[in-house]
Design a protein around this ligand. Structure first.
Ligand SMILES: N[C@@H](CCC(=O)N[C@@H](CS)C(=O)NCC(=O)O)C(=O)O
Length: 253
C-alpha cells in the first residue's frame, strides 16, 4: 500500500509554495498533483466534492483523510512526521506566537495578494478594465502588513523568534509573488530594511528558488506584456475584491 501523502497544488500559489517548501525542507516524502487552476479544474463540482468545497488549493490527502488551508496542512504534517520543533514551536509560548502569526497572516498579508492579482491576472480573466480600486486596496493592505513584518523582524531574526518557523515560509512566498510582479520594488524595500534582509536570507535557502521558479517566470511574462489565457471567471485571490462576488463582473460580459 502506498502510504505517501498526496499534495494538490499550483506553483503560482503563495500558500501552496509555502507548504511545498516546508515539505522539501523537512524532507517529507510526498506525491504531487498540479491542479489546473488556469482552466478551472478546481471549480468542477466533482473536485469540490472530492477535495475542498471552496475549490482552493493547497490540499493534502493522506489515505482517506483530506485537509486544506495551508497552515492546517503544515500543522498536520508537523505532527505526523514529528518535524523539528522550530517549525511549529517547542513550547506553549512559541506555539502561541506561531498561531498568532498564522491567524494574522490569513486576514492581512494574504489579502495584500490582491495587488498582485489585480495588477497581473484580472486582465487575463476579465479583460482590460479599471482595477485600480482593487489594486489600491491590495497595496494598502500590503503596506500595513509590511510595517508589522518590519516591526517583528526588528525584534528577532525570523517572524516568530530567532529560528525559522512555518510562518516565515508563508510570509516569504507572499512577498515572492509581489517581487515577481514588481509590486514590491527597490523603493519599497528601502522602507523595510529588516524585512529585506530576512527576505534575502530566505531566498538563499535550498528549495526557495526551485519552488519560486514558475511564479518568477509568470511575473516576467506579465511584465513583458504577455497575456496568460485563463478560462476561468472567479478570483484566484478570493476576499480581495472591493465588492465580494466580483465574478459577477464576468457574468455581465
Ligand atoms: N487561506 C488559504 C488560501 C488558499 C488560496 O488562496 N488558494 C488560491 C490559490 S493562491 C486558490 O486556490 N484559488 C482558486 C480559486 O479561488 O478559485 C490557504 O492558506 O491555503
Amino acid at each position: 500500500m502506498n502510504s505517501m501523502v498526496r499534495f494538490l497544488h499550483h506553483p503560482t500559489s503563495q500558500p501552496c509554495r509555502a507548504v511545498h517548501q516546508f515539505m522539501l525542507e523537512v524532507e517529507i516524502p510526498f506525491e504531487e498533483e498540479v491542479v489546473d487552476l488556469i482552466n478551472g479544474e478546481n471549480e468542477q463540482q466533482s473536485f469540490k466534492d472530492a477535495y475542498n468545497p471552496t475549490g482552493q488549493v493547497p490540499i493534502l490527502r493522506d489515505g482517506d483523510f483530506i485537509v486544506w488551508e495551508s497552515a492546517a496542512i503544515a500543522s498536520y504534517l508537523n505532527e505526523k512526521y514529528a518535524v523539528p520543533s522550530n517549525w511549529f514551536g517547542g513550547n506553549m509560548q512559541q506555539r502561541a506566537t506561531i498561531q498568532q502569526y498564522l491567524h494574522w497572516h490569513s486576514t492581512y498579508l494574504r489579502r495584500g495578494a490582491g495587488a498582485f492579482f489585480y495588477t497581473h491576472f484580472a486582465e487575463c480573466i476579465w479583460g482590460k478594465r479599471d482595477y485600480s480600486k482593487e489594486i489600491a486596496k491590495g497595496k494598502h493592505t500590503l503596506d500595513e502588513s509590511m510595517e508589522l513584518l518590519e516591526l517583528w523582524l526588528t525584534k528577532s531574526h525570523y517572524l516568530c523568534g530567532d529560528e525559522i518557523s512555518f510562518p516565515d515560509l508563508l510570509g516569504y512566498h507572499e512577498l515572492v509573488s509581489h517581487v515577481a510582479g514588481a509590486i514590491l520594488v527597490d523603493a519599497d524595500w528601502q522602507k523595510y530594511p529588516k524585512t529585506k534582509q530576512w527576505f534575502d536570507t530566505l531566498t538563499t535557502r535550498s528549495h526557495s528558488k526551485t519552488v519560486s521558479e514558475v511564479i518568477m517566470q509568470v511575473g516576467a511574462a506579465r511584465l513583458a506584456g504577455h497575456i496568460i489565457p485563463m478560462n476561468r471567471k472567479t478570483s484566484l485571490a478570493k476576499g480581495t475584491e472591493i465588492k465580494p462576488g466580483i465574478p459577477g463582473m464576468a457574468q455581465q460580459q
